[in-house]
Design a protein around this ligand. Structure first.
Ligand SMILES: [Zn+2]
Length: 463
């Protein structure tokens, strides 16, 4: 075990290590890709483990829209002093080809202090941790002060049967909760195994694609006219290049910059403090915005990602198209952003359509999904500060706004505030989720078991 962890009381005894190891191995070796895999097989295997550990059959169910996309829902009953907490994790994994990998991606291999296999980072490690902790709590006869509901689900990475969405639409009663913990987000960020910060995703940006289209009658390229589809589109994109959405902070990003300022030093720390003043310091924010992550935390971003125009070398273009991808701050709608883009381009020839998940392009964007920033609930934050303080003394806990998206999109939209929390440590330069030779440190996995065992107990012990 690494030296920074030596003061820990040994919570993960040999039996617990073996149990969590076996569950992790079992999950990695069940193929749950969208192409040929099945989350049902994994869901049934986990359900069997919980029933064998003493969970009544009625409290562990596997259900889904079809035979291959099953989800497992299990409930550990509490005293009912508070409304339940829902824990979500996805069982599906991204495709992985044997030829791209050094080892077989669907074999659980321990090598040089790491576990290798598809899903070791994203996120069968955390699925295995939750099943292990549920079994431990059951064995101890622990009664939480609220029900703990665990949902292990399908199609987070792709596919058409997202399990969280399906459960919310079809079995809301089964998973309804006061708030949600999603171990697909957050975690311990390490450098060479040494913890730097414990991050908690407390907010997510909203994803949107917009299609810019310019059409023109075209003609022979030997007789050019000023009204050219490519020029209209190119000018619109140059305007976008020079446009910035305004700086806007919410409770989560304010706390992020407050806490980061205590970790950072020099000019960077001073700039983080300066943007928290009212009004925020403009030169400080433009210095911070040179870092892509800080910039994405400060504002909604939109960027050109694809371009397509013309049909022949010797013809004036009849169509020019671009895709603009936006990541929208909580509290704003996609339609608001679409209208902002129309204003930026200031050219009626440039049509701005909204691209649906299916690829269909609509004249306007949905207005409904205006997710407000998630409130930093004291029971969630204080418990995390406490447990992280025991396990990683002196390492700051930092709430973050995820610039990507997870299943939290569905739970947040359904009114269940969602927090991304995980005790698994990953080196910041070793993020291999979705990539080849995915791996997690052996000790990081066992610490992740210890973390959630402590966290769930602390969270639900008589508040
Ligand atoms: Zn994931």
């Amino acid at each position: 075990m690494a030296c920074w962890a030596r003061d820990l009381p040994a919570q993960t005894d040999a039996g617990t290590r073996q149990l969590s190891h076996d569950i992790f191995k079992q999950l990695i070796e069940i193929n749950t890709t969208d192409s040929v895999g099945s989350t049902t097989v994994a869901a049934e295997a986990m359900a069997r483990r919980l029933r064998d550990a003493g969970f009544p059959s009625g409290d562990v169910v596997v259900l889904g829209p079809n035979a291959r996309k099953g989800n497992m829902v299990a409930r550990l009953h509490g005293t009912g002093a508070h409304r339940p907490v829902l824990l979500i994790g996805h069982l599906d994994v991204v495709e992985a080809r044997r030829s791209d990998w050094t080892t077989d991606p669907f074999q659980f291999i321990e090598k040089d202090g790491y576990f290798y296999g598809r899903g070791t980072q994203d996120m069968k490690s955390d699925d295995a941790i939750w099943i292990t902790v549920f079994m431990l709590l059951k064995k101890e006869g622990f009664t939480p002060d609220r029900d703990l509901i665990l949902a292990l689900t399908a199609d987070e990475e792709g596919g058409l049967s997202n399990g969280v969405d399906w459960l919310l639409k079809n079995h809301r009663d089964l998973i309804d909760a006061e708030f949600v913990l999603n171990s697909d987000g957050g975690g311990v960020n390490t450098e060479n195994g040494k913890p730097v910060m414990v991050s908690m995703d407390a907010s997510e940006k909203l994803y949107a694609d917009f299609q810019l289209t310019v059409t023109n009658p075209g003609g022979h390229s030997s007789l050019p006219v000023p009204d050219n589809a490519i020029y209209h589109l190119a000018n619109a994109l140059v305007r976008l290049e020079h446009f910035q959405f305004p700086l806007e902070l919410n409770e989560v990003t304010r706390t992020y910059f407050q806490r980061m300022a205590s970790v950072a030093s020099g000019q960077e720390a001073a700039d983080m403090r300066a943007i928290l003043r009212n009004p925020p310091d403009a030169s400080a924010s433009s210095r911070l915005a040179r870092d892509p992550l800080e910039n994405a935390t400060l504002r909604t971003t939109c960027v050109a990602t694809r371009l397509e125009a013309g049909h022949a070398n010797n013809a004036l273009p009849q169509t020019a198209r671009a895709n603009v991808n936006c990541r929208i701050l909580p509290g704003h709608t996609r339609e608001e952003v679409r209208q902002a883009l129309v204003g930026v381009f200031a050219d009626p020839k440039v049509e701005v359509g909204y691209v649906e998940h299916s690829g269909r392009v609509l004249d306007s964007a949905p207005d409904a999904m205006a997710l407000p920033p998630v409130k930093l609930r004291p029971e969630v934050m204080d418990t995390l500060d406490k447990v992280a303080g025991q396990m990683w003394p002196g390492v700051p806990v930092i709430p973050t706004m995820s610039t990507g998206a997870s299943d939290g999109v569905y739970t947040n939209a359904a009114g269940l505030p969602t927090y991304g929390i995980s005790g698994v440590a990953i080196d910041m330069d070793d993020v291999r989720a979705h990539g080849r030779d995915e791996r997690v440190r052996v000790e990081s996995f066992y610490q992740g078991v210890d973390f959630y065992y402590r966290y769930l107990k602390a969270l639900t012990s008589g508040h």
